[in-house]
Design a protein around this ligand. Structure first.
Ligand code: ATP
Length: 233
């Protein structure tokens, strides 16, 4: 489904991502873990077309989509739930979801809205509320729902559990399980490596801009180089 090869991205002099390789198969749930500043957000944003890579390629279903603008990539099936959610606070829950559905044919949006109302009961209860009044957990669910409205082939999420109370972190991971059961393909950046490895088929570990390991939860836990990632986590 997605193939990233030799991707390098820099902010001026700072090389935030170096020669990264990553592969996501259809129906897989893939984690992207690693310490602060490792380049996880940079990798997702480069895949999503928000940052231009210095070198390397991004291939989606066999098509080279490197450097294409984000709206093209969204139409091609790549949706991103960005860090800090970035929902429209002045719009209602329903309006935010409708914005997410602009790339799908108008006749299909109603069914998608019904699907979101079923997937997110807390949003259904606040359908006509301005999104600025939502709690952090509700806003995160709305951000995910908005991305799902584009009917993505690959859904990427950047730190969906960041800043949430423990019980809401559980809600986010349960949602990942639900999306996996629906057969969706996910690429999820998470600081919570332990929780992510419980739900992911495989994960990639980034450190200082480089992919330093890749494997299943069991494989990564057995990798002594990564010991510190799981201490106290
Ligand atoms: P975090 O979990 O803290 O978000 P991350 O793994 O997502 O970390 P990135 O946000 O991709 O890491 O950052 C990778 C590196 O690039 C860091 O050294 C960071 O300081 C730097 N960086 C990120 N954004 C910018 C920017 N807009 N301008 C300059 N440097 C940046």
């Amino acid at each position: 489904m997605l193939e990233v090869s030799g991707l390098t991205t820099a902010y001026g002099e700072i090389q935030a991502l170096r020669d990264a390789d990553l592969r996501v198969g259809s129906g897989e749930v893939i984690g992207l873990i690693g310490p602060n500043g490792a380049g996880k957000t940079t990798l997702l944003n480069t895949i999503a077309g928000l940052l231009a890579p210095r070198s390397g390629t991004v291939t989606l279903e066999g098509d080279d989509v490197t450097g294409r603008p984000p709206e093209d990539l969204l139409r091609a099936g790549l949706a991103l739930v960005p860090e800090h959610r970035r929902i429209f606070t002045d719009l209602t829950v329903e309006e935010n979801l409708r914005v997410g559905g602009v790339t799908v044919p108008a006749g299909e949006r109603g069914a998608l809205l019904d699907e979101m109302a079923e997937l997110f009961p807390v949003l259904r209860a606040k359908w006509t509320t301005a999104a600025g009044y939502l709690s952090g957990g509700e806003a995160q669910q709305l951000a995910i729902g908005r991305a799902l409205m584009a009917r993505p082939r690959l859904l990427m999420m950047d730190e969906p559990s960041l800043g949430l109370a423990p019980i809401l972190v559980d809600v986010v991971f349960e949602l990942v399980e639900t999306l996996r059961a629906q057969g969706r393909t996910l690429l999820v950046v998470e600081q919570n490596a332990t929780r992510m490895l419980e739900v992911a088929d495989r994960a990639y570990v980034l450190r200082s801009g480089e992919v330093v390991a890749e494997g299943t939860g069991a494989e990564l836990r057995a990798d002594e180089r990564l010991f510190d990632m799981f201490v106290g986590n």
